[in-house]
Design a protein around this ligand. Structure first.
Ligand SMILES: Nc1nc2c(ncn2[C@@H]2O[C@H](COP(=O)(O)OP(=O)(O)OP(=O)(O)O)[C@@H](O)[C@H]2O)c(=O)[nH]1
Ligand SMILES: [Mg+2]
Length: 404
C-alpha cells in the first residue's frame, strides 16, 4: 500500500488533517508538540470509476465506489512536530525523521494563516511566517539525509571500488531503506556536478548539494497551506506559491474537513470527500453552534476555495507526484467479474511505467509464475507480459495456473 507521511512544524494542523482523512481521534490541541509518536491509519484516494463507462453496477472488494468515484485505500502517517536540531536527535527528531523518510511521499503542512510563532506557540493570525516554517523543516530533513550519508561515507567509498561496482550502486545500497533509487543517485551526482570528482575529494559543500538534490528527487513532496479558513491565509498562500514555484501548493482547511466528515458519519449532512458541495440532511438535529460552523465552512471555505482541499491533496500526491495508475484486473473479460461473480472487484495502484508482469505479481504469485498474456477488456486484444500499463486499464490476466 502507498505510504504518505504528514510532516511540518508543531501546531500546523497535521493531526487535524490526519483525523479528517482517516476518521481517527488522535489528540489535537493548540499546545506545541501534542503528538508524541507517529499515528498510522488508512485513508482513501479517489479516482473516477470505470463502471459507468462499461454500463455495469460494480461490487468493489478492495476499495469503495460512491456516486461514480472509486476510493482506494492508502496508508497515512501523522508525525510529531519538528524542532530545530531534530536531525541531531533533538526532541523526537530521529524517530520522526526515519518514519518520514520511509514514506513514498510527504505532505508538508504549514499554517498558512501565520498563527503559529517561531517557537510553535499559537499567536494572532498573521504574526507567523509560513515560508520560514517550511524552510526550517526542509533543512532538518536534508541535514538528516546528510548525516546518514556522511556516517556511511567510508563504507560507500570502499564498496564503490569493488570489482564491478560504482558510486551510485554503493550509495543506493546504504540509502535504499528511505526510498532512494539508483536513478535518483545518478541524477543527484550529475546535478551537483560531481561526476568527475572522486568521492574522497568531495568537500562539505559538495556533500550538502548532493544531499539537497537527493532529498528532492527521491521524496516527492506537496506543500499543504492549511488553516485557509482564517484571516491572512489567502495572502500567505499566494506568497508560498510564488516562493516555492517548483512545488505544488494545495490550500486546505483540515478543521473544515474534519467537521464535515464527522457530520457526515452522524448522518447530519451528505458529503462525499473531495466534492465541491455538501447538503444538510437533518437541520433539526443541529444545535446553533453546529449550524453556524457549517454556514461558516460554506462561506469561507467552499465559497472561496471550492473545497476543503484535503481529498484533493491526497489525490494529487498519488496520481500526480507518485504518478500512480489505477488498474482493474478481472477474471471474466465479458462479465468483468472475479471468480465469485463480483463485478470490477479490485483496483491496484502501480506507478507509470509498470508492466503487465508487475500487475500480475501484485495480484498473486501463482498468477505471476504462469503468466501468459492479458486480454484488454475494451479492445479484446491480447497484451504481452511486457505491455506497459495505462491508467484505468481493465485487464483479464491469463496464466497457466488461473485467470485473475
Ligand atoms: N482555523 C483552523 N484551525 C486549525 C485547522 N487545522 C488545525 N487547526 C488548529 O490548530 C491547532 C493545532 O492542530 P493539531 O492538528 O494538533 O496540529 P499538529 O500539527 O498536529 O501539532 P503537533 O502535534 O503539536 O505537532 C489546533 O488548535 C487545531 O484545532 C484549520 O484548518 N483551521
Ligand atoms: Mg499532532
Amino acid at each position: 500500500m502507498i505510504k504518505i507521511g504528514i510532516i511540518g512544524k508543531t501546531n500546523a494542523g497535521k493531526t487535524t488533517l490526519f483525523n479528517s482523512m482517516t476518521l481517527q481521534s488522535a489528540e489535537i490541541s493548540n499546545y506545541p508538540f501534542t503528538t508524541k509518536s507517529p499515528n498510522t491509519a488508512v485513508a482513501d484516494v479517489e479516482t473516477l470509476c470505470v463502471h459507468k463507462e462499461f454500463g455495469v453496477k460494480d461490487n468493489p472488494k478492495n476499495s469503495k465506489c460512491e456516486e461514480g468515484w472509486r476510493f482506494i485505500p492508502i496508508e497515512v502517517t501523522d508525525l510529531p512536530g519538528l524542532i530545530k536540531g531534530a536531525w541531531m536527535g533533538k526532541g523526537l527528531g530521529n524517530q520522526f525523521l526515519s518514519v518520514a523518510a520511509q514514506s513514498d511521499a510527504l505532505l508538508h503542512v504549514v499554517d498558512a494563516s501565520g498563527s503559529v510563532d517561531k517557537d510553535g506557540k499559537v499567536t494572532e493570525p498573521g504574526n507567523g511566517d509560513p515560508i520560514a516554517d517550511f524552510a526550517d523543516v526542509e533543512l532538518e530533513l536534508v541535514l538528516w539525509y546528510t548525516k546518514m550519508f556522511q556516517s556511511n561515507l567510508v563504507k560507500i567509498a570502499k564498496s564503490s571500488k569493488l570489482p564491478g561496482a560504482d558510486l551510485a550502486t554503493a550509495v543506493t545500497e546504504v540509502m535504499q531503506g528511505i526510498g532512494v533509487k539508483k536513478e535518483h543517485v545518478n541524477f543527484a551526482i550529475s546535478e551537483a556536478l560531481l561526476g568527475d570528482k572522486e568521492i574522497e575529494n568531495w568537500n562539505e559543500k559538495d556533500i550538502q548539494n548532493f544531499c539537497w538534490v537527493l532529498r528532492d528527487v527521491s521524496k516527492p513532496t506537496l506543500i499543504i497551506a492549511n488553516k485557509m479558513d482564517l484571516p491572512s491565509a489567502a495572502e500567505n498562500f499566494q506568497k508560498l506559491r510564488e516562493h516555492y514555484k517548483d512545488l505544488i501548493v494545495v490550500p486546505t482547511s483540515g478543521e473544515a474537513e474534519l467537521s464535515l466528515r464527522r457530520a457526515q458519519t452522524k448522518g447530519w449532512i451528505k458529503y462525499i470527500p473531495g466534492e465541491e458541495r455538501f447538503e444538510v440532511l437533518k437541520p433539526q438535529e443541529l444545535n446553533d453552534a453546529q449550524r453556524t460552523a457549517l454556514a461558516y465552512i460554506r462561506r469561507k471555505v467552499f465559497g472561496e476555495y471550492l473545497r476543503t482541499g484535503v481529498q484533493f491533496a491526497l489525490n494529487i500526491t498519488t496520481f500526480k507526484l507518485l504518478k500512480m495508475n489505477a488498474l482493474y484486473p478481472v477474471a471474466d473479460p465479458e462479465k468483468l467479474t472475479d471468480k465469485s461473480g463480483n463485478v470490477l472487484p479490485d483496483v491496484y495502484l502501480l506507478p507509470a511505467g509498470s508492466t503487465l508482469d508487475d500487475l500480475a505479481e501484485s495480484v498473486h504469485t501463482d498468477l505471476h509464475k504462469g503468466l501468459l498474456y492479458a486480454v484488454d477488456v475494451r479492445t479484446g486484444l491480447h497484451l504481452p507480459t511486457d505491455y506497459t500499463l495505462r491508467d484505468r486499464d481493465v485487464l483479464s490476466i491469463v496464466s497457466t495456473s488461473r485467470r485473475g
